[in-house]
Design a protein around this ligand. Sequence first.
Ligand code: COA
Length: 140
Amino acid sequence: MIISEVLYDDVLALRQRVMYPDKDIDFVKLDDDDRGLHIGVFENGEPVSVMSIFLHGREVQFRKLATLGDMQGRGYASALMKWLIEYATDMQFDRLWCNARVDACGFYEKFGYKKTRESFSKNGIDYVIMERRFGDIKSA
Ligand SMILES: CC(C)(COP(=O)(O)OP(=O)(O)OC[C@H]1O[C@@H](n2cnc3c(N)ncnc32)[C@H](O)[C@@H]1OP(=O)(O)O)[C@@H](O)C(=O)NCCC(=O)NCCS
């Protein structure tokens, strides 16, 4: 397994296939994708799990974490999450956060994320903002 930057077109294709199979590629583009870092896990030279990260001051938002359906349950998203936590720790960032699909909260909780009080629905999907505050973790 190799973790590396992913070509933007490959990120879009994987996002669309896994997260919004009923929509077209344009639907999965984010306004600020051009200032994001697109990271993925590669197997046999092909991306199997991707996420996009965005720096906001001392905070990092990650978006659109997705693993190909037939590759799920093999630890790929976990590898990305560990990479991100190490990166944020090394950079001494204050906080990692995401808009988590409610049905994926259990995944993030495994990595120390906590639900905030902020939640919303978009395109028929329920989300809750989840965060991992490094100050809290260090002092815990
Ligand atoms: C959520 C997702 C990214 C996880 O990817 P993955 O590569 O299958 O994850 P891993 O193999 O690293 O899973 C690690 C662990 O998390 C668990 N897990 C995976 N998805 C989970 C979920 N939705 N809720 C709770 N636990 C979950 C696995 O069972 C596994 O548990 P284990 O270590 O006890 O065996 C993947 O299921 C996916 O792409 N889902 C559709 C898109 C999506 O919902 N993305 C998240 C948007 S917020």
